[in-house]
Design a protein around this ligand. Structure first.
Ligand SMILES: [Zn+2]
Length: 76
């Protein structure tokens, strides 16, 4: 499969955006700078990235709040 720089579909970038949002390495085919460039030039991917980041932050916050700071009480 060959990807022309200008023919890279949004799907391809979105995999990288979601990888970045979850803290996993980007796909080998997408560089950080290519991704940044795409997000600034593609409105829908930019919006999607923000949505994903917000969602991710909300999930982290929820998990943090639900995670007990002390050992749970022993069942009787
Ligand atoms: Zn896009």
């Amino acid at each position: 499969m060959t990807w022309d720089d200008h023919a890279m579909p949004c799907n391809h970038y979105r995999a990288a955006i979601s990888a970045r949002a979850t803290g996993t390495p980007l796909p080998a085919t997408v560089t950080e700078s290519a991704l940044d460039h795409h997000m600034t030039s593609c409105l829908s991917c930019g919006r999607w990235a923000r949505h994903l980041t917000t969602l991710r932050a909300a999930t982290d916050d929820l998990l943090r709040r639900r995670r007990p700071t002390e050992a749970p009480p022993e069942p009787v």
